[in-house]
Design a protein around this ligand. Structure first.
Ligand SMILES: Cc1ncc(COP(=O)(O)O)c(C=O)c1O
Length: 381
């Protein structure tokens, strides 16, 4: 896309991403650290993120959908790619041909993948997901019991590991964490030859009892704090390196008088003479409308970084900021405005919108000019 200088810029620091991956892996030195790159690497671009992590030593990647796995295969030809949703019905032959490794969550998926192995006359790789309390994906306790008693359904499959997923890892004191940890330990005893995988990003911070053999971090790789604000002061220790910096640009600035209103619905009423800057980013770019009148932005002025409020509603392609606190010369058309990163914490912005960092990242829009930085880009080139 031609850049006329008016597009918002989404800078993705691949070195920070790799540093986050190394840090998480370093917290569990006896485990292998994989990377969850579903939803296009949480919106950041799996085609860049995957190779950068592979170059740093990551050998295991997790996506949700079969189509994501097939696309990622081109980007990481030599990595192990797991499909968390299991093999899409009818896609088995394509997945086997691309050497992909589905995570099997139902007896039906096990049967279909084993049938494909028989058809091909060779072993196919897979992992097994057992539900331990989330009640979302995975074999039920009854189904897993049957499999443990009679594993013949797995004939023809090379099962690499058994996994489960934590429902409340972002709240370290939630009792379900310990319940799931204990249930998973029991399942591992029932499948003694298989490796185990339990921890997502926040799970890694729960300590060694949660680490097992294979780590599956996602959100922390991308710079969001994996712990919930309810974790209190412990959250400081799980602050990750900033990966994403989204900068919109000012299109125009206007003076408004007391009593004037700003934006759709005339919901924002100006209380004193103010200056309003209009920035070319809106909800069509994934900058959620829930930030209307609630979120903030940062502009670098001569008095340093100044935080300014979003005034009025977020519209499709535009937001309006009250920039009265800045010197007029510091907010002219073309001035960059940080909307995520660069002084605006992703999780804080998400909280203002009543959502989580995951949602802001995975909704990052397609109109941004994406700039990947860092020496790790060589691995991603
Ligand atoms: C099964 C599974 N494992 C790991 C992850 C990564 O979780 P997080 O992004 O919280 O690290 C996810 C993400 O939702 C998941 O669904």
């Amino acid at each position: 896309m031609t850049d006329f200088g008016d597009q918002a810029i989404l800078t993705i620091d691949l070195d920070a991403l790799v540093a986050n991956w190394r840090r998480l892996g370093g917290m569990a030195p006896n485990s292998e650290c994989g990377a969850v790159v579903k939803a296009d690497a949480y919106g950041l671009g799996a085609a860049k993120v995957g190779p950068a992590l592979f170059a740093a030593g990551c050998r295991r990647f997790f996506v949700a959908h079969s189509t994501e796995a097939l696309a990622l295969r081109a980007a990481v030809p030599d990595g192990t790619i797991h499909i968390l949703h299991g093999p899409a019905a009818g896609a088995e032959a394509d997945l086997a041909a691309a050497n992909l490794c589905p995570v099997l969550s139902t007896p039906g998926q096990i049967a279909a993948w084993a049938a494909e192995a028989r058809r091909l006359g060779r072993k196919l790789p897979a992992a097994i997901h057992i539900d331990t309390g989330m009640n979302r994906l995975g074999l039920s306790e009854a189904e897993a019991n049957i499999l443990a008693q009679d594993p013949s359904a797995l004939d023809g499959l090379e099962i690499g590991f058994v996994m489960t997923h934590l429902a409340c890892s972002d709240e370290p004191d939630h009792p379900l964490n310990q319940t799931q940890r204990e249930r998973f330990a029991t399942w591992r005893q029932r499948f003694p030859d298989l490796k185990g995988s339990l921890a997502n990003s926040a799970g890694i911070f729960l300590g060694a009892g949660f680490h097992h053999d294979i780590l599956r971090p996602g959100i922390a790789l991308y710079g969001s704090n994996p712990l919930d604000p309810a974790a209190g002061p412990r959250r400081e220790a799980s602050r990750m390196a900033e990966v994403v910096h989204l900068q919109g640009r000012i299109l125009q600035v206007r003076s408004v008088d007391r009593g004037d209103t700003v934006g759709y619905g005339a919901g924002y009423i100006v209380e004193k003479p103010s200056r309003i800057a209009t920035v070319a980013v809106g909800y069509a770019d994934g900058f959620t409308r829930a930030l209307s009148g609630r979120g903030s932005a940062v502009i670098k002025g001569r008095q340093g970084h100044v935080r300014v409020p979003i005034a009025g509603r977020v519209s499709m392609d535009l937001i309006t900021l009250d920039v009265s606190a800045l010197d007029a010369a510091d907010c002219v058309p073309g001035t960059p405005v940080s909307l995520l990163g660069g002084g605006i914490d992703i999780d804080e912005q998400a909280a203002s919108a009543g959502t989580i960092g995951y949602e802001l990242l995975t909704q990052l829009g397609r109109r941004y000019r994406r700039v990947y930085t860092g020496a790790s880009l060589r691995g991603a080139a």
